[in-house]
Ligand binder design. Structure first.
Ligand SMILES: N[C@@H](CCC[C@H](N)C(=O)O)C(=O)O
Length: 276
């Protein structure tokens, strides 16, 4: 099977993006993991598969796979690249798009300055929505990791996040504790582990150890989850600049059942064809 694809990134969180509207795409999880390999494949953090939608009022469906081949519910940086891809590929001329994911509909909008703003939907906190094994719905629930007690906030942005405030993201044990949190038995479907340093009420630094992908240069849903967690703890205002290792995102959340808005770039690096 010959597949045309684009290689894209959002702040260095990189993607292989495949048009499944004009091509027939049937990839096993093992094939995706091979394509994702940085030495033996194309190399990416996530693969995005764009498909047609049959739901009235919805423009597309897009599916997200981590580089180990596992399918996931949501991807923030990927949603911006998805929007850039469907316009660049001539699949739509709309600049406001409705796209269904495994966990609900999100709404990307291409801005005149080249950025993309995405309505990422409403965050959820109930343990069963994460999922997280917890005695109650408390926002902050201590987690024992490597003998240390961590005050984490659990947030679902469609996919699961555990966020903790650290003094400095430079010295936080992101690789070691990120992997332990990701695989902690209280997260039955594993989790993305965020380490947030608060600079002011409107500015944070963030590193995320992503489920099944390890630390990435940026994580869009991780940025949404961190800002939501900071707002709920009373530490942040409604609009926050998130500095990741790959660049900056702007995240806004008005609280309660309001959606989280994420603004940032989406870049095409190259296009290619591969025989799978
Ligand atoms: N990089 C993404 C998140 C991708 C999925 C994540 N690794 C998971 O398993 O939930 C983003 O920008 O949100």
């Amino acid at each position: 099977m010959k597949l045309n694809f684009s290689k894209m990134h959002g702040l260095g969180n990189d993607f292989m993006v495949i048009d499944g509207v004009r091509q027939t795409v049937a990839l096993s999880h093992q094939q995706i993991a091979q394509l994702g390999h940085r030495q033996f494949g194309i190399g990416f953090d996530q693969l995005l598969l764009v498909e047609a939608s049959t739901t009235p009022g919805i423009d597309f469906r897009y599916r997200i796979f981590n580089c180990d081949g596992s399918e996931v519910e949501q991807c923030g940086n990927g949603s911006r690249c998805f929007a850039r891809f469907v316009v660049e590929q001539g699949l739509t001329d709309k600049t406001e798009i409705a796209v269904e994911t495994a966990k609900g509909v999100i709404y990307p909008r291409l801005e005149l300055d080249g950025n993309v703003t995405v309505n990422m939907g409403t965050p959820r906190f109930a343990p069963e929505d994460i999922p997280f094994i917890a005695p109650n719905e408390a926002m902050i629930d201590p987690l024992i990791v490597d003998g240390q007690v961590y005050d984490i906030s659990v947030v679902s942005m469609g996919n699961p996040h555990a966020v903790q405030v650290v003094e400095s993201v430079d010295t936080a044990p992101v690789a070691l504790h990120g992997a332990l949190i990701e695989n902690h038995p209280r997260f039955p479907q594993k989790v993305n582990a965020g380490f947030m340093q608060i600079l002011s009420r409107n500015e944070i630094r963030l590193r995320v150890f992503e489920r099944a992908a390890g630390e990435t240069l940026a994580c869009g849903t991780g940025a949404c989850a961190a800002v939501v967690a900071g707002i709920r703890r009373g530490l942040l205002d409604a609009t926050v600049i998130v500095h990741t290792r790959g660049g900056d995102l702007t995240i806004s959340w008005a609280g309660d059942t309001h959606p989280v808005l994420m603004t940032g770039p989406a870049v095409t690096v190259f296009a290619g064809t591969i025989e799978v």
